[in-house]
Design a protein around this ligand. Structure first.
Ligand SMILES: [Zn+2]
Length: 310
């Protein structure tokens, strides 16, 4: 268990200090949330919080406009504390992870997936399949152990959209990302190279497991994929199709700085929100309020996120 090895390296004094420090973004408590959906058990497992600049949620708006929207919703201004919710789907034959968290090397406060899985009683060796929504660090860099590059889920088969895999492996990948995100490429290649013997691709619309279909939500990245879980109503595992519980819903035309193709992403968000509201679908968002579950309602000229009571 990598976290324990890291704790050993910190030594006893540091452990004592950590144990009396109040919970913050830097010391998140491992947690998980279970729910049922049709024939499936869904477990939302916590990897930590990303403390990021609010301006990044809307690159085409001023800080004043972004802060006004956050304050009106009762949220702090300037900074956004984004959780990472990794979805596990248990079927009769499989334990499927949708994305793998950030690992500890991307930003402080992340890489807690292993501890949260332990709390949930999930054994990394029991994971049979991993589906990637896209190749950004907070979704992919948890694939390998930071000490020895060993694969964290050694018995799993891995799947990513063909377009997404091509993006990260193409020689000119860095030119297809926002300029200030070009440094995501080496880490993506390192993780994808480690997985290459276990990695296969899919296309949008394809069933990637019984009852689980890949749906095209490209724009955030060129091959971004969400996953639809069959049930009494659809459950859509969103990945980063909708990243903020207020801005992505009320202002789907505001462009997050991390979007690779901002206009396409805005068009995708609007169409997706319309469908989710019409279908009364359940959603689980990677960065929505823990544990990320909820629904979409129309509100004024936009939409709003209704978190599921847990
Ligand atoms: Zn993300």
């Amino acid at each position: 268990m990598h976290v324990n090895r890291r704790a050993c390296l910190l030594g006893g004094a540091s452990l004592l200090a950590a144990s009396v420090t109040p919970a913050t973004a830097q010391t998140p408590t491992p947690s998980f949330h279970r729910t049922k959906h049709g024939a499936f058990e869904i477990i939302s497992v916590f990897d930590g919080y990303m403390d990021v600049a609010a301006a990044g949620a809307a690159a085409n708006k001023t800080d004043t406009e972004v802060d006004a929207t956050l304050l009106a919703a009762g949220l702090p201004k300037s900074r956004i504390l984004q959780p990472i919710n990794v979805t596990f789907v248990r079927t009769t034959s499989d334990l499927i992870a949708i994305d793998v968290g950030a690992g500890p090397n991307f930003l402080d406060g992340l890489g807690k997936l292993g501890d949260s899985m332990s709390a949930a009683g999930l054994d990394p060796k029991a994971v049979t399949k991993v589906l990637f929504t896209h190749g950004h660090p907070d979704h992919l860099w948890g694939a390998i152990d930071e000490f020895d590059d060993s694969i964290r889920f050694p018995n799993a088969q891995y799947m990513m959209a063909a377009v997404e895999l091509d993006l990260w492996l193409s020689p000119d990948a860095a030119t297809k990302l926002p300029t200030d995100r070009a440094n995501f490429v080496p880490g993506a290649r390192r993780n994808l190279t480690a997985l290459k013997d276990k990695l296969s691709t899919f296309k949008p619309g394809q069933d990637v497991a019984p009852g689980i279909r890949a749906i095209d939500t490209a724009g955030h990245t060129q091959g971004h994929t969400s996953f639809e879980i069959a049930g009494p109503e659809p459950l859509i595992i969103l990945g980063d199709a909708l990243i903020h519980p207020v801005i992505s819903f009320a202002h789907s035309d505001w462009r997050p700085a991390a979007d690779h193709e901002p206009d396409r992403a805005a068009t995708m968000r609007k169409a997706l929100l319309d469908r989710l509201a019409t279908d009364r679908a359940r959603i689980l968002g990677y960065h929505l309020i823990r544990p990320g579950l909820g629904r979409v309602e129309r509100k004024d000229a936009g939409y709003r996120f209704i978190a599921e009571a847990s």
